[in-house]
Ligand binder design. Structure first.
Ligand SMILES: NC(=O)c1ccc[n+]([C@@H]2O[C@H](COP(=O)([O-])OP(=O)(O)OC[C@H]3O[C@@H](n4cnc5c(N)ncnc54)[C@H](OP(=O)(O)O)[C@@H]3O)[C@@H](O)[C@H]2O)c1
Length: 449
């Protein structure tokens, strides 16, 4: 029989919401097992919240709740701080104060970690020899940060590419499964609690961009902030794009991509992508996340699981709390190599095939002018489909009939650089007879040069 550890690590939790409540619940309900794992009793001594009068789940005892997060951080008897408030303005100073006091911090706060203050906090933690752990900040329950930092530490990572936003993956999955337009699947996701009332951070790609920035640090050791990440969201994806992807053996996914390009040079970006249905990422559906890691020696690996939600995220937080407690007791810290300066490669040189959708007037001469615009920039067309007014009317009923006299052109290009495709799209906007450059989406795979 294992005897109970004699030591106690006292934990101050900042936040009592979606993630913090199950963190407190797991730490208390599984206290005996976790004590064996950590080598110490893990005792939650305070839960700081904004509104002490708010009704909390049973997992959060009222006696632990306080409205003073600053006092929790400053309490000399608190050994480890778990920050689950979110955002930069409130959480940033609290995390800083904890690290300055020599207290390990566990956080799930991607916004903070991907901000310029996040880089300063990592540097502070390193210089003070204190843990700043954030497994839960990227892809929730998926053990990605630890896998990259520890299991793959001897590996030269070439690329990390994944579906790291569950909301957008759910929306794209539902658009692929049915014929519902974007607005309808978004409304349903909001009703189910899978999308925020203001979904901008998810659908514009900002949430995935923050995770890409964090991954650039973990995989390659570069400090990248969210505002340096090239970011295209899914708001331009419409049912004709999804239908084209399906007919051509693809599925549209919002990918976060972190690629090593040369010494000190990386590409960090988020954009929708047509992925072959044979690619492992194509099978990642609904709100699930998956991250595809490519290493020089290890080859391709994929990690898959629940990327968000209170309990899955809490599981990753508790894992970090155990690591922080163990390290505290043994006087060590998790490996955090010094970050190096980075050059972020602009997208102009990125080469891939493209899918392009145009709405045009259905009259002679337009197609020729469109082809000339592609040719002018050296973007060669691999295939083209034309959907006539009759077909649009069949497919889209009244909306299609309103579009009488219009045609839809769907192109797939041969491999071309982003720079040339963007220049082509700019020109196409001014071609007489082109009513709308509706969409342009990269097709996996891609390369440079
Ligand atoms: N939810 C997820 O699925 C998920 C997944 C991965 C990562 N994360 C990250 O986890 C963190 C927490 O997210 P969440 O979804 O749990 O957020 P949440 O449900 O909104 O909870 C935030 C908590 O912070 C408390 N709070 C706000 N201001 C405070 C202050 N000044 N002092 C003390 N407490 C304060 C709130 O108190 P009241 O309860 O009194 O309002 C609330 O309990 C964020 O960084 C988020 O990005 C969340």
């Amino acid at each position: 029989m294992t005897s109970a550890p004699s030591r106690t690590v006292r934990i101050g939790v900042l936040g009592g919401g979606t993630v913090a409540a199950p963190v407190v619940g797991l730490l208390r309900e599984r206290a005996a097992d976790l004590a064996v794992q950590a080598g110490a009793r893990l005792e939650v001594v305070a839960v700081a919240v904004a509104d002490v009068a708010k009704q909390r789940p049973d997992a959060v005892p009222g006696a632990l709740v306080t409205g003073d997060a600053t006092a929790v951080v400053a309490d000399p008897t608190v050994d480890v701080v778990v920050e689950l408030i979110g955002g930069v303005d409130v959480a940033g100073p609290l995390v800083r104060a904890a690290l300055e006091a020599g207290k390990p911090v566990v956080t799930a706060n991607k916004a903070l970690l991907a901000s310029p203050e996040g880089a300063r906090l990592r540097s502070l933690a390193r210089s003070r020899g204190v843990d700043l752990l954030y497994e839960a900040a990227v892809a929730g329950a998926i053990p990605l940060v630890r896998a990259l930092r520890q299991s793959l530490t001897g590996e030269r990572i070439v690329r990390v590419m994944g579906i790291v936003n569950g909301t957008t993956n759910y929306l794209l999955t539902k658009m692929d499964e049915g014929d519902e337009p974007y607005e309808a699947v978004l409304a349903e996701a909001q009703r189910l609690g899978l999308a925020e009332r203001d979904p901008t951070a998810d659908v514009a790609g900002y949430d995935a961009a923050a995770k890409a920035a964090i991954l650039a640090g973990v995989a390659f050791g570069y400090d990248v902030s969210v505002d340096q990440v090239h970011c295209e969201g899914i708001t331009s994806i419409e049912q004709p794009d999804v239908a084209f992807a399906r007919r051509s053996g693809h599925v549209i996914k919002l990918l976060a991509v972190v690629e090593r390009l040369g010494v000190g040079s990386v590409s960090v970006r988020v954009h929708p992508t047509l992925v072959s249905r044979h690619h492992p990422l194509a099978g990642v559906r609904d709100a699930f996340n998956a991250v595809f890691v490519e290493g020089e020696a290890a080859g391709e690996l994929m990690l898959y699981g629940q990327g968000a939600g209170g309990l899955p995220t809490a599981s990753a937080v508790v894992g970090d709390v155990i690591d922080a407690a163990r390290n505290l007791l043994s006087g060590t810290t998790a490996p955090t190599p010094e970050r190096s300066p980075v050059h972020l490669e602009p997208l102009e040189g990125l080469r891939s095939r493209y899918y392009v959708r145009l709405d045009v007037e259905d009259r002679p001469g337009v197609l020729g002018a469109v082809a000339t615009a592609f040719g002018h920039h050296g973007v060669s067309i691999s295939s083209m489909e034309q959907e006539t007014p009759e077909r649009l009317a069949d497919e889209e009923g009244a909306a299609g009939r309103d579009a009488a006299g219009m045609a839809r052109l769907l192109f797939v290009t041969h491999e071309a650089t982003t720079g040339d495709v963007v220049a082509t799209l700019d020109d196409l906007g001014g071609v007489p007879g082109v009513v709308r450059v509706a969409n342009a989406v990269r097709i996996l795979p891609w390369g440079r040069g």
